[in-house]
Design a binder for this molecule. Sequence first.
Ligand code: FES
Length: 392
Amino acid sequence: MLKISLMSRRVLSSLGGTSNSSRWFSVQSIRHSKPRTAIVMLNMGGPQNTDQVHDYLHRIMTDRDMIQLPVQSKLGPWIAKRRTPEVQKKYSEIGGGSPILKWTNTQGELLVEQLDKASPETAPHKHYVAFRYVNPLTEDTMKEVEQDQPERVVLFSQYPQYSCATSGSSFNAIFSHYKDKSNGLSGAKWSVIDRWGSHPLLAKTFADNIRKELNKFPEDKRKDVILLFSAHSLPLKAVNRGDAYPTEIGATVQNVMQELLYCNPYCLVWQSKVGPLPWLEPFTEDAIKGYVKQGKKNFILIPIAFVNEHIETLHELDIEYCQELAHEVGAEKIGRAAAPNDHPLFIDALTDIVSNHLRNGHRVNPKFLLRCPACVNTKCLASKQWFQALCS
Ligand code: FES
């Protein structure tokens, strides 16, 4: 197993951030042909190259769990086409593609290596990557899991904090995949890890990355650096429906600050708004401008909702805010804490979450089965009922 694992790591590193769909299949298939436990890592994904940008945007803009538009079947594709050149340019500026597949595979490989030791009774484990909007697509990955016929299937959201627009969309995609056909994994024991934003090792990971970034500031300025925890914003319509995301983000922020013994001033801010409707504020950009007007000069941005680097960290935070905005408003320094990526504490967090889940026998969080109080999405109703039956 060690040999296979090392070979797998070499293949991973040789792929870098430019894997194509046949390559990801090989990487996922290389570890164990017959796993006992499948760990399916759910995330939105990102284009591996600029040619994939249009299809990626098209899938996002036509996903009603992610975004609700009037006449979506027409308006969604139109917006995707119109935005493609601008988004392609951004990917070109960060090296041509998103590193999210590379990071998720690295995290998955390290996770299953540790899991085989932490939970030998459910070994061998194998990780699968299931993206919502690019290869490896969730539906294709579930077919690969079916071919392997594991005894257990753990659906593991890679969004630490739950939102119906992100985690919910991935789970609904699995429901949609199976709702009209027989489940080729009906003999397996299924379970769900839907949220883990309050895990102490996640807080320790972020705290460690923040300390490293703080140490890059001159000692006499360090204690005044403002920590801006930046999470992807959400339309207020979704917040008012009762989406759990804002409160769960807040819980992660509090855990990190407790870990840091509240060493610095801090604020939770929101990034990446699109469209004209109201979203959660204050926006990251406006917060930086506002604090500079108040005479503050030094900041660290912390991507508190992202477990690996992608366009929102590498372009929006690093280029648009740390470089361009800092120059425009006259900030002294805007640093950025790394996403968890392959931080050893983060891999320990993933291992602890999954091994406890496998051990404790709880197959689904009751909160996951409860819809938002103002949910009007009939797919959510059918999906929750399906998961309840699946995990009972
Ligand atoms: Fe939250 Fe349907 S929108 S459960």
